[in-house]
Design a protein around this ligand. Structure first.
Ligand code: AMP
Length: 279
């Protein structure tokens, strides 16, 4: 059985012991409801570190929508069973009061890369992410932190965070894991009805087509408009954004010499999906 730790003191004692022996500690922050995407991060950490901690914490501070927080899937027993297949060395699954005890008043607030797209659509989201990631790094004493490309903007936010605050953690980005039909794995996919699930892969198909067209010389705006149209016709209730951005700063970019990323968010079946790909 993998130990499940509930307190920062326990986590520190365990990780501190490893560090005293000069072992390299990797942390994989998650909100649980684990799938193969999460496990790919844990496996990568397993391959690259002496010790691996997976954290499971549904961070209330990064939810701008209380309904989304309430409905967020939770499945700790199944998560622990999946993590045993990697295996990781420890699971840190603290209660909310352990992370945000009475009197907690500090927020890590970020401009720049945290402002557009998800930052714009979900006010306060990235401040919540930056605050909890800073805390998880501090609590776990990790040398490396593993994050998925699935949440590309979040990865860029965390890379900027560790630079700006001199946090001695090496941030490692990992490829997006997809279902066979292209849909990016996500804990929220379980909330889709069969009908919504059948249509959901059109998000990835549409942005993939747009990226191909842009690489072939089509106008950016036109390719993006067609992708949005394809999605609306397929039954997406709302396309929040499809944007071609500088891959690092997330600012608008029409400079094809810099790495660019196409990022999208859309609603199908009452579920908000995000995805992104290189262009
Ligand atoms: P979450 O539990 O949604 O907060 O995700 C925890 C970590 O897993 C984040 O770094 C995500 O980017 C990463 N992740 C989520 N879904 C995937 C996926 N399909 N492929 C790769 N990484 C993922």
């Amino acid at each position: 059985m993998i130990p499940i730790l509930r307190t920062v003191a326990e986590l520190r004692a365990l990780s501190g012991g490893w560090k005293a022996r000069n072992e390299v500690v990797g942390v994989v922050p998650t909100m649980g409801a684990l799938h193969d995407g999460h496990l790919s991060l844990a496996r990568r950490a397993r391959a690259e570190c002496d010790r691996v901690i997976t954290t499971i914490f549904v961070n209330p501070k990064q939810f701008n929508n209380p309904e989304d927080l309430k409905k967020y899937p939770r499945s700790e027993d199944a998560d622990a069973a999946l993590l045993a297949t990697v295996p990781v060395d420890a699971i840190f699954a603290p209660p909310v009061e352990e992370v945000y005890p009475d009197g907690f008043i500090t927020t890590v607030s970020m401009g720049g890369v945290a402002q557009p797209l998800e930052g714009h659509m979900r006010p306060g989201h990235f401040d919540g992410v930056a605050t909890v990631v800073t805390k998880l790094f501090g609590m776990s004493l990790a040398d490396r932190g593993y994050f998925g490309h699935k949440d590309w903007q979040q990865l860029q936010v965390v890379l900027r965070l560790v630079r700006d605050l001199n946090i001695p953690v090496q941030v490692v980005g990992c490829e997006t894991i997809r279902e066979p039909d292209g849909l990016a794995m996500s804990s929220r996919n379980v909330r889709l009805t069969a009908e919504g699930r059948a249509k959901a892969p059109i998000l990835y198909a549409a942005i993939t087509r747009a990226a191909e067209d842009i690489r072939a010389g089509h106008a950016d705006r036109m390719a993006i408009r067609e992708a949005a149209e394809t999605m609306r016709k397929a039954g997406f209730e709302r396309v929040e954004y499809i944007e071609l951005r500088d891959a690092e700063t997330l600012m608008p970019s029409d400079d094809p010499r810099r790495p660019r990323r196409m990022l999208a968010a859309a609603w199908i079946d009452g579920v908000r999906l995000i995805d992104n790909i290189p262009v």
